[in-house]
Design a protein around this ligand. Structure first.
Ligand SMILES: O=P(O)(O)OC[C@@H](O)[C@@H](O)c1c[nH]c2ccccc12
Length: 264
């Protein structure tokens, strides 16, 4: 079993447990069902900013422990003060060391769009994302059928949340597109073997229809890379490790965005 299969197998069990512990009826009592989400798409398209989506990620299967010490309050607020356009909060516990409470905390302290970063395989998780205050969810084409993508994206839309669809190759892109998707993320990291290739974003850029906001994900460490990818039409840049590996991720984010301002 590759790592992605392991994650999905674990997620299936976890979702089944959660469903019985916290039934949908209970989740739906959350105050967030009454509030209007913030549009990730709009924030990424703002002309005055380069769309950095700054991620809070303690560990990952590819890198092991990245940073178990920093607090989500200070880091998330610091990311936004640094000029990031949105936050991505990992909520998977087993493989990424995150938790729903991290997103709940980030939500309390920030007004920006928040992406719930998890391995979504069941509509229950979308209701859960809504209940903790997420504005957008991630759908990963590599673990979902085109029908699942369509129906999960529709559920997100019915809850007024936006959808970032992640692809890793041309076939995934072509078979997965549905109008309920808002942003299309090209993951430069292959989730099955962890190899990173930034050129993938460049290769896939021309075949992403203009209706979707283009996001380049993973393996970005240089401001020059962002400036270069922007010329391919990318408006969003999902960055985790480059910031999180520092003892003060928000300072690394601020320094990165300062370097970027000189280039763009
Ligand atoms: O830390 P990086 O290399 O900057 O990558 C961030 C983000 O793209 C990565 O965490 C990611 C992309 N797609 C995912 C799906 C699940 C978990 C994590 C991810």
């Amino acid at each position: 079993m590759n790592i992605l299969d392991q994650i999905v197998a674990h997620k299936q069990k976890e979702v089944a447990e959660r469903k019985s512990l916290y039934p949908v009826k209970l989740l739906e009592k959350s105050i967030y069902f009454e509030s209007q989400p913030v549009s990730l798409k709009k924030y990424l398209l703002r002309p005055d900013k380069v769309g950095i989506i700054a991620e809070f990620k303690r560990k990952s299967p590819s890198k092991g422990m990245i940073n178990p010490y920093v607090a989500v309050e200070r880091t998330s607020v610091g990311y936004m003060q640094a000029g990031a356009s949105a936050l991505s909060i990992l909520t998977d516990t087993a493989f990424f060391g995150g938790k729903n409470e991290d997103l709940i905390t980030a939500r309390k302290f920030n007004f920006c769009p928040i992406l719930r970063k998890d391995f979504t395989i069941d509509e229950y998780q979308i209701i859960e994302a809504k209940s903790i205050g997420a504005d957008a969810i991630l759908l990963i084409a590599a673990i979902l059928s085109p029908e699942q993508i369509r129906s999960l994206a529709a559920v997100a839309k019915s809850l007024k949340m936006e959808v970032l669809l992640e692809v890793h190759d041309q076939q995934e892109l072509e078979r997965s597109l549905t109008p309920d998707v808002d942003a299309l993320g090209v993951n430069n990291r292959n989730l099955k073997d962890f190899t990173v290739d930034i050129n993938l974003s460049k290769t896939l850029a021309p075949i992403i229809p203009d209706d979707f906001v283009k996001v380049s994900e993973s393996g970005i460490s240089e401001a020059e890379t962002v400036a270069d990818l922007a010329t391919y039409g990318y408006k969003g840049f999902l960055m985790g490790e480059t910031f999180m590996k520092n003892s003060r991720p928000e300072k690394a984010c601020a320094a990165f965005i300062d370097r970027l301002r000189v280039l763009i």
